[in-house]
Design a protein around this ligand. Structure first.
Ligand code: ES4
Ligand code: ZN
Length: 319
């Protein structure tokens, strides 16, 4: 689907396609526990979020140099542009790299180098969102924000991702306050596997402007009312929900009901190399499985630009 759209929920490490993983493994002399790209792809059968995360963190071991990160980003932007993405707000997980001994500057400068030339090369405007791993400590998140200070000119917002259950948003109150003081915008994953209460906490304690996923808001009608009234964007990822077994099949996805309820829904790809599709593929999949009409698809595309961290002029240019 080539409808112009903004991608608002995309983990750059989740765009690592098996072929690039093998090329980088060879270049960096990193051993992978799979013989071929096809064999690796065959391992993409997930039970839940954690079973995916285990492979996602393991495969990142191939990313070592600035050039590796720049290549990863460039490959993503080319694919996104081909599917109608005009603006991308990209998550990255610095702690997943610093924990392996890759300096945060290598990560941010490598990603930043590719983002700098994106409008010219791919016609895609971009912003960068630094995520904290919620299964690590609040102190580690604070240390990461501190380490990112020399690079804040490249970062628009902070986010919260990784294993959700047992790691409520309130654990990160202090780092979100510190980020606010630095002028950063705020999002957080909530209500993917975690309960509706985590969505409330992300709004009330962290002050986020968008909720990543937010699917489980549907269990709490009062919360739905609040999200509708506040026009809080939800960055839904339909193919991800199927692959991580949050919904049984795409035909069971509650997107149509969420749109009908007046929720500010957007459709995104999460970890496209692992979940079977980029932004346009997710649009195609929901159109086909849920029989969305043109008007609903246009609403989703319009919502994506409205929910983006763009000012009015930028938004007009991107559309
Ligand atoms: C993620 Cl699907 C998902 N959920 C939470 N954290 C993540 N990191 C990368 N993909
Ligand atoms: Zn995500």
């Amino acid at each position: 689907m080539h409808l112009p759209k903004a991608e608002l929920h995309l983990h750059i490490e989740g765009t690592l396609e098996p072929e690039l993983a093998f090329a980088l493994a060879e270049r960096n002399e990193v051993a992978l526990p799979y013989a071929t790209a096809d064999e690796l792809r065959a391992a993409y059968e997930f039970e839940d979020l954690q079973s995916f995360l285990d492979l996602y963190y393991a495969l990142m071991a191939v990313l070592r140099t600035e050039e590796d990160f720049a290549e990863l980003v460039d490959a993503y932007l080319a694919r996104a542009a081909a599917q109608g993405v005009r603006h991308a707000e990209i998550f990255f997980d610095p702690q997943a790299h610093t924990a392996r001994g890759v300096p945060i500057g290598t990560v941010i400068e490598g990603i930043g180098r590719a983002l700098e030339r994106s409008e010219e090369t791919h016609g895609v405007s971009t912003q960068l969102i630094m995520c904290f791993l919620r299964d690590l400590s609040a102190e580690s998140a604070l240390g990461t924000l501190d380490a990112a200070k020399p690079y804040l000119h490249r970062i628009s917002a902070i986010g919260l991702d990784s294993a959700e259950v047992g790691h409520p948003p309130a654990k990160f109150r202090e780092v979100y306050e510190a980020a606010t003081a630095l002028g950063l915008r705020k999002v957080a994953h909530a209500g993917e596997e975690g309960p509706p209460e985590y969505i409330r906490e992300a709004l009330d304690v962290l002050g986020v402007e968008r909720i990543d996923h937010g699917l489980r808001c549907l269990e709490d009608p009062e919360l739905v009312e609040r999200l509708v009234a506040g026009r809080v964007p939800l960055t839904l990822c339909p193919l991800s929900n199927v692959r991580l077994r949050t919904v049984d099949t795409l035909a069971d996805h509650p997107l149509p009901a969420m749109l009908a309820a007046g929720l500010h829904c957007t459709v995104n790809s999460d970890d496209p190399a692992y979940f079977g599709g980029y932004a346009g593929d997710n649009f195609d999949a929901v159109r086909d499985a849920l029989a969305l009409d043109r008007e609903q698809l246009r609403t989703l595309a319009r919502n994506s630009f409205e929910a983006a961290f763009l000012d009015h002029d930028e938004e007009r240019r991107a559309r």
